[in-house]
Design a protein around this ligand. Structure first.
Ligand SMILES: Nc1ncnc2c1ncn2[C@@H]1O[C@H](COP(=O)(O)OP(=O)(O)OP(=O)(O)O)[C@@H](O)[C@H]1O
Ligand SMILES: [Mg+2]
Length: 257
């Protein structure tokens, strides 16, 4: 009853490519859970299946105890799921605040006509969205960038704004696809601290995808290790690094380089 996400024998094929083969795991509610594995292991495919962008070839996925096989991406998001993308997906010609407001608008409630006429109700709902956005801007310490256009901002800040937009949806579960990719050490430490705060202070279940074990070892309480679409390991991060299959998968990557 208490899982945030549950995969039961999920497979996903693209023509001849087996992106996921018979993958089963359970992400407990309120956990800080990591999915790791080398390039092409199937990590992003797992997120795309959870979000309903990909439909599994076989198997079943439950999100917050609900079978999502017949749900559209928007309905799945409404269950309380938000995500960030491996390649940042923001509206580049809009400001940081405008992007974050798009997330917050999921929570406001007025019809198109009321919005057009800008009725009292529409005004008060706008204020509500603005308050949600401003609270998250404070939380992620991005006050100084709120009126900056995305294109003008450094990469690490863009990643944080994407995180803010996801949080503005007030999710129960947040999926983060390589939140520290392309960041320097300082930016990585900042983002790790924010991820811990999102989990501890906001009480959100966090699912973190990464190909690098370091950050995951530091912050995750449980991990699934993927390789070539298969689950190699699930359990404690400290045990994962001692597991011979995991070591082999990662050494294989090093040797290829
Ligand atoms: N839309 C698609 N069409 C065809 N093949 C796909 C598609 N999406 C993913 N794949 C394939 O599925 C496999 C898993 O890809 P996925 O993106 O899930 O890996 P990943 O673990 O996220 O890798 P990375 O660390 O590089 O982001 C790869 O072989 C990939 O080429
Ligand atoms: Mg990926």
């Amino acid at each position: 009853m208490s899982s945030a996400i549950k995969f039961d024998n999920v497979s996903l094929n693209f023509g001849g490519v087996q992106a996921l083969s018979n993958v089963s795991f359970e992400i407990p509610k309120n956990s800080l859970f990591a999915i790791i594995g080398p390039n092409g292991a199937g990590k992003t495919s797992i997120f795309n299946c959870i979000g309903g962008i990909y439909k599994p070839t076989s198997g079943e996925i439950k999100v917050l105890d609900k079978n999502i096989s017949n749900l559209k991406p928007d309905n799945i998001a409404s269950l309380g799921i938000a995500r960030t993308f491996q390649n940042i997906e923001l509206f580049e010609n809009m400001t940081a605040l405008e992007n974050i407001l798009i997330g917050a608008h999921r929570h406001i409630n007025y019809g198109t006509i009321a919005g057009f006429l800008y009725t009292k109700q529409a005004r008060s709902e706008e204020e509500k969205a603005r308050k949600i956005a401003e609270d998250i801007i404070d939380f992620l310490e991005i006050e100084e960038y709120r009126f900056s256009y995305i294109l003008s901002l450094p990469y690490g800040i863009q990643k944080r704004i994407e995180l803010a937009r996801a949080l503005a949806m007030k999710p129960k579960v947040i999926l983060l696809d390589e939140p520290a990719a392309g960041m320097n050490n300082e930016e990585t430490e900042d983002i790790a601290r924010f991820i811990l705060d999102i989990h501890e202070e906001l009480g959100i279940t966090v699912v973190l995808v990464d190909h690098d074990m370091n950050m995951v070892m530091d912050i995750a309480s449980e991990v699934v290790v993927m390789d070539f679409g298969k689950k190699l390991f699930s359990g404690l991060p400290q045990e994962a690094v001692k597991n011979s299959d995991v070591i082999e998968a990662y050494l294989g990557v090093e040797e290829d380089r």
